[in-house]
Design a protein around this ligand. Sequence first.
Ligand SMILES: C[S@@+](CC[C@H](N)C(=O)[O-])C[C@H]1O[C@@H](n2cnc3c(N)ncnc32)[C@H](O)[C@@H]1O
Length: 261
Amino acid sequence: MGATEELEYDESMISLLEAVWGEGFMSPGGTDEVDRVLDNKDLSEARVLDIGCGIGGAAVHIALTRQPSSITGIDIEENLVDRAMDLAERNNVSAICDFQRVEPGPLPFEPGSFDIVFSKDSIIHIVDKFGLANDVYQLLSPGGWFLASDWLCGYEGEPSVQMQAYIDAEGLDFGLAAPEVYQKAFKAAGFVDIELEERNTWYRTQARVERDNLAGPLYDELLGQVGEEFLIREIDVWDKMIVVLDSGEHRPTLLRARRKT
Ligand SMILES: C[S@@+](CC[C@H](N)C(=O)[O-])C[C@H]1O[C@@H](n2cnc3c(N)ncnc32)[C@H](O)[C@@H]1O
């Protein structure tokens, strides 16, 4: 992203997301949800890649709790990888963490460079799921796991009026895909042991808590940082999101798949 292009995740957005989701997080569920994504997989001594690392909360949690040999976070926005590095330094894990800004597109690493590829609610921004699955498969060592969470959609084809209203309100360049698309993309790439775990039931409830926090206890705290217009717009995004979580069109999902040994 060039310096003149508008940042999708600017300072106001980051402040609001961290207030709702916790320090270092730009996606729901905090460290508990990261642990759920990772399941019982052994990451000790693993070389880990975090696609769309944002401001580093997940990567730092993995570094602190899973004994990887290294964790490389990549993101397309420079301001985010700078913050991620700062978080790693403050948590004394910078020796095993590396955060890099990358261009959108093919992932710039040699085949077999990682034992675990992780991603938390970021591959929604990557439209070509078949290309992504192929890239991740190539980057993994034999037997390595792709462990991710993403926001999927419960339809193929056109979104409903309510879903389109939510997408427009978010204003992010969403590349939503249905579970079947991910299944096909993973299979086509050669992955085995493919698992999809729906998180809609959890997030429907959680999103209401977040919305009420934003309109309640967090409102005054955030007012000075992000301004009233921004806050009101974001509460409206949550309202629109709750509608499509309820309808099942917005489908947060955990994705796990293994490269053949
Ligand atoms: C919703 S945030 C999640 C960030 C982080 N994973 C977390 O859970 O806090 C999505 C992230 O994906 C990044 N992103 C968007 N397109 C990307 C791409 N093509 N490659 C890597 N990261 C990308 C964004 O800049 C943003 O940091």
